[in-house]
Design a protein around this ligand. Sequence first.
Ligand code: ATP
Length: 330
Amino acid sequence: MTEPDVVTVRGLRKAYQARVVVHDLDLDVPGGEVVGLVGANGAGKTTTVECIQGLRRPDAGTLRVLGHDPVRQAEQLRPLVGSQLQDSALPDRLRVAEALDLFATARAHRGAELLDQFGLAGRRKSAFASLSGGERQRLFLVLALLNQPRLVILDELTQGLDPAARRDVWAAVRQLRAAGTTVLLVTHEMDEAEALCGRINVMRAGRIIDMGTPAELVDRHARRATVSFTMADPPAGLLSEVSRLDGVQEVRQAGTRVTVRGDRRMIAYVGAALVRWEAVPADLSVRVPGLEDALLSLLGTKPADDGAPAAAGSAGAPLPDGIQFTGGRQ
Ligand code: ATP
């Protein structure tokens, strides 16, 4: 049985002065899931999560968060939602332990354990101003979790953290998920979204333009894989056969470099053909698209390719010194 939605947003609209930055937005966050909200700078992600938290008043739309209206029932909602927001700050002189006291409600528990878990046990007496960027982020996460919230909102959670600290924070989010806490995660890091989120909402210019699991988004928007290798003198007929294989969209030869593009299943067919022709190159490499490619394609920026100057999504013009085959069975 699926849990009821923890957040339901319908028709959310928010303008600053006359400028509408969130347009008629619908968003669902099912209970117990980690849901991502991604999109370019200025897409309206922070504005949306601030409305969900009751920190901003929407101009139109209905919002239900844990059964409450965040505009009219902000008081009831506050202890149920933990948040680490993008521009969080604390007074410079406030010590870590004092911050925990300040934020703790009757629901608070495990303050010492959380400090320990996030590597801040030794910083209890340190002033906020003396913490590194990573320590500050970790302190905000501790504060977000302190009151055992049912919904946690994390906005650019791992910004500025070193790779090891990022992994620690990811592990903490996975623990939250395992404990059944619902998480709404705003991020620019596609590896983070891919690692943590069960489903991802993609926002552009104030609207959700697609939603799905990371795998669904990749399948819809970045199906093309690339196989490339060096072959000084390909056997006659090999490349034209490759161009007709299932899923192959184009084959390019530039000097000794051969690049084959198509959807992912072509990788197996190309490999099999090379074996059949007894022409397996030593440097064969495969590039499979990920969430970042899907997002770049979805948000209208061409994905970075593997060095070959082909236009994504089109057959493109042949390289000056190249041969190009286009087609194959799709
Ligand atoms: P980022 O990824 O850069 O954090 P975002 O997707 O979270 O961006 P928002 O911070 O919600 O986007 O901003 C959406 C738009 O609204 C931006 O153009 C921003 O400049 C503008 N904006 C945000 N807050 C205000 C404000 N208080 N007053 C006026 N304009 C604002």
